[in-house]
Design a protein around this ligand. Structure first.
Ligand code: GDP
Length: 396
């Protein structure tokens, strides 16, 4: 079996084990390194060669994006990562960082449970960082923090160890202030990002290395060593010792919730139906056997296959060839294919159960924000997608 086939069969297996799934988005201000970081994760999963990570803008496949050099359409990719002897299905949604595309970020946040917030160490938290973090928190999406471009602080800005630390403290404090203001009341403290527990990582996406406290303890690499590796122009060795994808993934697996954990507290805020009903309980429990509930988060056109709707399956299982009902438009449709993403490719899987992000071929007339359920069972629609375009409070 080729590596690709192995990955596909593993994805199909892990789709049914919510505790081993993480649906994540990477959010950032433009140019802070989101795409470079995503490429590193794909390289770590063996999907692109590691020499190309940082170079090949794998997620920016759209021609318009290539031409403009910025990420426009949220592109999705599912991959399998091994962590502490377990395999995890990571469904990654790439989100645009440019101010004009905020609506796409909101939609992407509805599909995921956790977000990696990338902040450039040189620029710090920028207005768009605030906006995307707000969008995540408003959707009850839990954040972790990745402070990127640390190499530049050392090699270009020539900061000393104390100055470096002061920068980090400032970025972390600003992020935590926003989290305190915006996270669900009962999660405000739990969701604070902390250096000591590893929910904050530091690194260089361009040079493929990262570090957080648990990895420092495991590898006995400290900030002094990092300083020296960067100064001595030896970041390649650092990347061999602390590869960014492993550190990032450890952080994602440890600190971002699996869909079954997340749906229990998210469903009451994104769905106003009766939580005690069969539909409500199916979603709260991420049950693949109950009534179908899918929220469409994006629709795109494929040259060959036509309309492709991307959505989050919150309850039940979406099956190839089944008839579905669109709650908002009262339309019905027989869907041709269902599957998951692998970069620009879709892998058809016949069925996609609750807790996953699905690609639906033939969901004609679907629009972002639409709720899909079984024929003959009109469920309450999901809450609309409200897009925050301006930061409400500026955090210094
Ligand atoms: P995005 O707009 O957030 O997707 O940012 P990109 O990933 O496209 O990165 C923007 C620019 O910053 C590119 O020129 C990258 O090569 C560069 N870059 C990204 N990460 C790092 C890093 O860790 N260190 C340095 N020195 N440059 C980086």
């Amino acid at each position: 079996m080729s590596r690709r086939d192995k990955m596909i069969s593993k994805i199909k297996e892990l789709m049914y084990q919510p505790e081993f799934i993480r649906n994540i988005g990477i959010v950032a201000h433009i140019d802070h390194g989101k795409t470079t970081l995503s490429d590193n994760l794909l390289a770590g999963a063996g999907m692109i060669s590691s020499e190309l990570a940082g170079d090949q803008r794998f997620l920016d496949f759209d021609e318009q994006e290539q031409a403009r050099g910025i990420t426009i359409d949220a592109a999705n990719v599912s991959m399998v990562h091994e962590y502490h002897d377990n395999e995890y299905l990571i469904n990654l949604i790439d989100t645009p960082g440019h101010v004009d595309f905020g609506g796409d970020v909101t939609r992407a946040m509805r599909a995921v449970d956790g977000a990696v917030v990338v902040v450039c160490a040189v620029e710090g938290i920028m207005p768009q960082t605030e906006t995307v973090l707000r969008q995540a928190l408003k959707e009850n999406v839990r954040p972790v923090l990745f402070i990127n471009k640390v190499d530049r602080l050392i090699n270009e800005l020539k900061l000393d160890a104390t100055e470096l630390q002061n920068r980090f403290v400032k970025v972390i404090a600003s992020a935590n202030k926003l989290i305190k203001n915006m996270a669900p009341e009962e999660l405000k403290d739990k969701w604070q990002v902390r250096v000591e527990d590893g929910s904050v990582a530091f690194g260089s996406a361009y040079h493929n290395w990262a570090i957080n406290v648990p990895i420092m303890q495991e590898t006995e690499i400290n900030f002094n060593d990092i300083y020296n590796y960067c100064k001595d122009d030896n970041q390649k060795e650092l990347a061999d010792r602390v590869p960014i994808h492993q550190v990032l993934l450890g952080m994602v697996v440890e600190h971002l919730p699996s869909p079954d954990i997340s749906q229990a507290y998210r469903v009451p805020t994104i769905w106003s139906g009766d939580l005690e009903s069969e539909e409500g309980q199916t979603m709260i429990k991420t049950d693949p056997d109950g009534p179908l509930a899918v929220m469409v988060t994006d629709v795109s056109i494929d040259k060959h296959a036509g309309e492709i709707a991307t959505g989050r399956v919150y309850g039940g299982t979406l099956e190839k060839g089944s008839e579905i009902f669109f709650v908002g438009s009262h339309g019905k449709n027989r869907i041709q294919q269902v599957g998951v993403y692998m970069g620009p490719e879709r892998i058809n899987t016949d069925k996609v159960p609750a807790g996953n992000i699905v690609a639906i071929t033939g969901a004609k007339n679907a629009v972002a924000g639409e709720t899909i359920c079984d024929i003959g069972r009109k469920i309450q629609a999901f809450e609309g997608l409200e897009h925050i375009s301006e930061p409400v409070v500026t955090v210094a």
